[in-house]
Design a protein around this ligand. Structure first.
Ligand code: B12
Ligand code: SF4
Length: 484
């Protein structure tokens, strides 16, 4: 070890974490995205501190641009700058890597986008990419960089050497999520998030994660970080985190951010029991699979504060659910939607159009299901073939080459040669919008007027829009049989 590196080691390695997401740049933000600080970064921060590292964070969520990063780089003088990445924030993440390197810091990227395309991030200016679980890698990396050693070969890290991507060996996942410290909430301005929530909903909302990964295998789902693995914290650990949020930040509403909440029935039973026993009086929401939400469970969840559920309904056609490998029956979707309505729990449906094999009849089946249950909220997107998924593999030779949108129009752009042209799917999206508006109008204006509007729209769809839009691509394509 050189004198210089020994001197550097006399102090704790310093890591600056950066969330490059700028809310005002995100066109989806006002419509759908609910703002919470990145749980991934807050957990990384807490873990690094537990291992004796010095940590600071720049959260750009409420900023206008990335200027705050330069100021922090100069005041904190980190050894390593760790940037969280999503497709939406790729350009800004790269801008931050360049800032970091100009200030003499080592730039590493982690999170879902860098995990899917590490070579691109390395080529664009990052010194390294950590494509998987970040805790252990970042500790090892910061120690090596601070002591002036070469970081190549660290388990779970990818670097570029002589123009080639060089990966360290695979790093095993953390065996025990209960051993993770509570997220380092103090690294961000929690009051900015909580105050915003309080003004918009009257509640002080925070996000909590109880598990990592998902064991299911839907064909279009990209899971670059945790794959099909699944680990969860004990219900006791979850309640400790909820209590801390309540005591420190007066949180009264929680969003459970797990990919799928409550996968294990004994686990959720125990958590519900603890929530009642501890009398936390929290309202909460989660994302769950319809097949897991049995009516008796929903009843108990409602009693324990469940206010809203996000469900991946995706399609009203059993054939499509099977093609997507959703592993669920339409009858279960119907049973759960009915039970949610009975319990008075708000439902947010995710729906997807344009998956290979889908016909106009399948889309009609989805619309009928939507009409029947009138979920309070929904999002209907055009299927996006994400690299690394079976869906992407299946349409690889039919990709249009259009860039996956990083800003705006997410879920409204057709990225492969599907059965019908993009305009048809956009039109179908508009029909869901109309259907939703009619659903809300029921009870406020005469049911006969609502029926009439629906009828006219259906006739227009059948007689004008469908022939026009499906005939656009090629003659003879008006058949309801899909091309792919
Ligand atoms: C919960 C969630 C949300 C919540 C809350 C997120 C939050 N504040 O924490 C909400 C609803 C707000 C949300 C919003 C959005 N989300 Co979101 N979200 C998720 C979800 C389901 C879980 C995220 C999570 O907490 N994971 C658990 C933590 C522990 O993992 P992690 O964040 O990946 O971090 C670990 C590693 O990746 C790594 N790591 C992460 N960052 C870094 C940085 C460094 C330096 C290192 C070394 C390691 C490292 O270490 C961490 C700990 O092990 C994921 C799906 C998923 N399973 O990841 C989608 C996901 C991350 N979201 C996604 C998207 C697209 C969005 C939006 C852009 C949606 C939009 N606008 O249209 C917004 C962006 C908002 C924002 N602030 O960035 C995509 C990202 C895809 C992509 N390639 O970009 C995902 C992967 C879903 C998907 N499959 O499409 N999201
Ligand atoms: S879509 Fe949901 S249930 Fe299906 S594999 Fe992905 S995370 Fe799991």
């Amino acid at each position: 070890m050189t004198d210089a590196s020994a001197a550097t080691l006399a102090r704790a390695p310093r890591v600056l974490l950066v969330d490059p997401y700028v809310a005002r740049d995100d066109p989806m933000e006002r419509k759908f995205v609910e703002l919470y600080p990145s749980l991934g970064l807050l957990t990384l921060g807490a873990y690094l501190r537990d291992h004796g590292l010095e940590v600071a964070m720049v959260d750009l969520t409420f900023e206008r641009d990335a200027r705050a990063v330069v100021a922090r780089l100069r005041s904190f003088r980190p050894d390593v700058v760790g940037v969280h990445t999503k497709t939406l924030t790729r350009d800004r993440a790269i801008e931050i890597a360049q800032m970091a390197r100009r200030e003499g810091a080592f730039a590493v990227a982690g999170g879902p986008d860098a995990a899917t395309r590490p070579a691109d991030y390395l080529a664009a200016g990052f010194d390294a990419v950590a494509p998987g679980e970040g805790e252990g890698v970042l500790v090892d990396l910061a120690r090596r960089v601070a002591s002036g050693e070469d970081p190549s070969g660290i388990a779970g890290l990818a670097v570029r050497r002589e123009g080639r991507l060089v990966r360290g060996p695979a790093r095993p996942f953390l065996p025990d999520l209960d051993a993770l410290p509570l997220p380092a909430w103090d690294l961000v301005d929690m009051e900015a998030y909580l105050g915003r929530w309080q003004r918009s909903s009257g509640e002080r909302r925070a996000a909590v994660l109880t598990s990592r990964g998902c064991p299911f295998d839907c064909s279009w789902c990209s899971k670059p970080t945790f794959g099909r693995t699944f680990r969860q914290q004990s219900p006791e650990r979850v309640v400790a985190e909820l209590r801390a949020l309540q005591e420190r930040y007066r949180v009264d509403y929680v969003r459970f951010c797990d990919d799928v909440f409550g996968i294990s029935r004994p686990w959720i039973d125990r958590l519900l029991h603890l929530l009642e026993e501890e009398r936390l009086h929290l309202a909460w929401e989660c994302l769950a699979r319809v097949d897991l939400l049995k009516p008796d469970l929903l009843h108990r969840m409602r009693a324990a504060g469940l206010a809203r559920v996000y469900v991946g309904v995706e399609s009203g056609s059993q054939k499509m659910l099977d093609l997507m490998n959703r592993g669920t029956r339409l009858a279960k979707v119907e049973r759960t939607a009915e039970a949610l309505r009975r319990e008075g729990i708000r439902q947010f449906w995710f729906l997807m159009l344009g998956y290979p094999g889908e016909t106009l009849e399948d889309i009609e089946a989805t619309l009928r299901l939507f009409r029947r249950f009138s979920p309070e909220e929904y999002s209907v997107s055009i299927a996006v073939p994400v690299p690394g998924t079976r869906f992407h593999d299946a349409v690889r030779d039919r990709l249009t080459g259009r860039r996956r949108p990083t800003r705006g129009s997410g879920g409204r752009t057709l990225l492969y040669e599907a059965a019908y042209p993009e305009t048809l799917y956009r039109w179908e999206q508009a029909r869901f919008g109309l259907e939703s508006a009619l659903g809300r109008a029921r009870g406020r204006i005469s049911p006969r007027v609502v029926e009439r509007i629906g009828h006219v729209a259906d006739r227009f769809h059948e007689k004008v829009a469908t022939p026009l839009l499906t005939g656009e691509r090629a003659s003879g394509r008006r058949s309801t049989k899909p091309a792919g």
